[in-house]
Design a protein around this ligand. Sequence first.
Ligand SMILES: Cc1ncc(COP(=O)(O)O)c(C=O)c1O
Length: 368
Amino acid sequence: MTLLIQPTSPELQLADWARTMSRSVLRQMIAVVSQPGILSFAGGLPDPELFPTQAFAEAMAQVLATDGLALQYRPPFPPLKRHIVNLMAQRGVTCTEEQVFITTGAQQGLNVLARLLLNPGGQVMLEEIVYTGAQQAVAPFLPDILTVPTDLQSGIDVDAVERHLAQGARPAFLYLIPEAHNPLGVSISRDKRTRLVELARFYGVPIVEDDPYGFLTYGDDWGMESRLLSDSASSLQSLPLRALDAEWVFYLGSFSKILAPGLRLGWLIAPEWLIPRLTVVKEAGDLETSGLMQRAVAAYLDAGHLPGHLAKLRRAYGRRRDAMLSALACHFPADARWTEPHGGMFIWVELPDGMDTAVLLETAVAQE
Ligand SMILES: Cc1ncc(COP(=O)(O)O)c(C=O)c1O
C-alpha cells in the first residue's frame, strides 16, 4: 500500500471555541509586572509571608506518618467535609456533609457547574466586569453571555437582572461574587441579596455564588464573629446567598485565600441529589482532588489553627487596604474614584476620562 504524501502538511484543527481563544489580559499584565524591582498590585495573589507554612508542614508530616493510604486513590475525605460544614455554619449557612462536594479549588467548582448546567451555545448571565476565570469556565460552550452592570456601592444591578428575566431570558445560571468582588471590591447589599434569591426562585434560574473572600472581612467591627454573633441589621448584611436559599444557590468556597492557593483545595455546596452527577463530571477532569491535601488540610483544621490564622489575615490585609486607600487619596488625580472594600483583595480604581491605563502601565514600567 502506498501512502499519498501531501504536498503541504495538514493543518491541526482546533475546536471552534479554542480558535477564538485569546491570551488573558491579566496574564499578559502579570508577565510585564513580574520583572525584578516591580511590585504589582494587579493580580489577587495572597502574600506568601502570610501562608501558614510551619503549621501546615506539621499537619502534612503527621498525615504521612500515620496514614499509609494517604497517597492512594481515595474517595473524598469525610472529616474534611465535617470541617467545611462547620466553616459554613460560621458564615451563617446550614448544610450537611452530603451537600459538600470537595473540589480542586473554586475554579474547578465553577468549571464542573458550567459543564453540569450549560448547553453548547446556551445562555449565562455575568456582570460586565467580572473575574476572568468565570469567562474562561464558560468559554468552551460558546455561550450567549447576558451582561449586567454593577453599582460600585451596592453590587450587581438587580433591576437589570430582573429586566432580562422578565423579557424571557433563562440563563443556565447567574454568576455572582457577593463578598469583596474580584476585581471591583464591592459587596452586594443585603436588600439586593434578598431580591436576587427571590428572582432565582421565581424564574428558576440558579445562582452560582463564588465566595473565596467571604472569610476575609476586615476589622473587628466588621469581622466574621461580630457579624454572626449579633442580630443587628449589619450582621445580616453579609450572609451568603446560600444562607437564604438551599435549592437555587450553588456555593463555591476555597482554601486558596484563607490558607494558600498552592493547596488547590476548595468546595462546592449543592443539593444532595446533584452530588453523584457532579462526581461524574469532575472525574472526567481529575478523577479526584488530591487525597493527601484533603487529609493535610483536615489535620491542620483539627489542630485548631484556623481561627487565629484568619484573625491574623484580616488584620494584615485590613491594614494594607487602609494604606492603599490613603495612598490613593494622596497621589491620585482629584477626579479619580475607587471602591472602599470591606474585605478581600481588590480596590477598583477609575481614572479620569481620556486616561488610557494600558498606556499608563507601559509608561510607568519604562520610567520607574
Ligand atoms: C472570584 C474568584 N473565584 C475563584 C478564584 C479561584 O479560586 P481557587 O484558587 O480556589 O481555584 C479566584 C482566585 O483569584 C477568584 O478571585
